[in-house]
Design a protein around this ligand. Structure first.
Ligand code: GDD
Length: 326
């Protein structure tokens, strides 16, 4: 079997590619830049330069690579940045997805068994009332960030393409994914990078943070890619076409608690300071998802504990910093 991952060089893309390779699935990926093979633990990924700017170019790519599974990961995934570049976020997340969906409709005529997975976000739900927790797939979408609105638009589009064109597509709504190798700009790498800089004496022992009173549903990226893979290779996956699935742990953890666990895993003596520039115009106080649909299709999944993910992330940040200074 063969898979194509858009945005394969991103945080989730690399994990997904390696996981698919470990299952004996050949992997091709798209990237904005010309790139050589991507070498991963379980094999190599052929990279095709394609910025998803036209239906024809994407169709060409599909006809050359002939994937059975298409994972659409490419996009603008930073919530804070989406406030600064709303139109750019919509172009990257919505327009490019439309080009891909149109190309897939044509490609599916040649390969009726192809399956597409589009990646949305819990940010699609936006403003959620306390009585609506845990958030279900049927909870009304009231996005508050431009990023959330763009992903909500994608979830509408995939339902429309399934109904109008019979497209084999599933839309996942992952909650906060974390793990070793995540770029700064998200809460865990923002905290762990500062901790390691403090440990190595690069900055004073003060960690600058944003809103600590929020709580989020965190899930390890290694669990996320396992779930995406299982959803695609599932025998009953046709039951899921045209639908949306939450990918979450089902529990919320406070940002303050995340910070405390990270700090406890360091021997440095650290002071905490709120940095006003890290606060957002709007930030939901608490989020966690309902995962009964996920559990129905993929029962008995063993999730990595947040504590373990945080320890692994801190260790990998330390290794990266050591290599940088060598
Ligand atoms: N990034 C960041 N940096 N967030 C901080 C910080 C900080 O220094 N301090 C506190 N926070 C708070 C944010 O205000 C937010 O309430 C929470 O930590 C999580 O922030 P992020 O990690 O940036 O994630 P996000 O919830 O905005 O978005 C992420 O999760 C979505 C799924 O729910 C991203 O991964 C999105 O791409 C994803 O769709």
């Amino acid at each position: 079997m063969k898979a194509l991952i858009t945005g394969v060089q991103g945080f989730v893309g690399k994990y997904l590619a390696d996981h698919l390779l470990s299952q004996g699935i050949e992997v091709w990926g798209t990237s904005r830049e010309e790139s050589p093979l991507l070498h991963l633990t379980h094999g190599n990924v052929k990279i095709i330069k394609n910025d998803l700017n036209s239906e024809e170019e994407i169709l060409n790519l599909l006809q050359n690579s002939k994937p059975d599974y298409i994972f659409h990961l490419a996009g603008q995934s930073n919530v804070k940045k989406s406030w600064e570049d709303k139109a750019g976020t919509f172009y990257a997340n919505v327009n490019k997805t439309i080009f891909l969906l149109d190309a897939c409709v044509r490609y599916q005529k040649e390969n009726p068994n192809m399956r597409l997975l589009t990646v949305g976000s819990s940010e699609e739900y936006g403003k959620v009332e306390p009585h609506e927790l845990p958030i279900k797939e049927t909870t009304p979408l009231r996005p508050m960030s431009p990023y959330g609105a763009s992903k909500a638009a994608v979830s509408m589009l995939i339902q429309q393409y399934h109904k109008a064109h019979g497209l084999n597509v599933v839309h996942v709504r992952p909650f906060n994914h974390i793990g070793p190798g995540q770029a700064e700009g998200f809460v865990v790498p923002d905290f762990s990078n500062q901790i390691v800089r403090i440990e190595t004496g690069q900055i004073e022992p003060v960690i600058r943070v944003g809103n600590l009173s929020a709580a989020r549903d965190f899930i390890d990226v290694r669990d996320i890619v396992d779930i995406y893979t299982k959803l695609m290779i599932l025998k009953r996956s046709d039951e899921l076409f045209g639908s949306v699935i939450n990918v979450c742990s089902g529990e919320s953890r406070g940002i303050r608690e995340i910070l405390d666990i990270l700090v406890e895993n360091s021997e440095a003596c650290i002071t905490i300071e709120i940095d006003e520039s890290k606060l957002r115009p709007i930030d939901m106080p608490i989020y966690f998802g309902e995962r009964s649909i996920l559990d129905r299709y993929l029962p008995n999944l063993d999730y990595i504990k947040v504590e373990e993910t945080l320890r692994d992330t801190l260790k990998s940040t330390r290794r990266l910093k050591e290599n940088e200074s060598d």
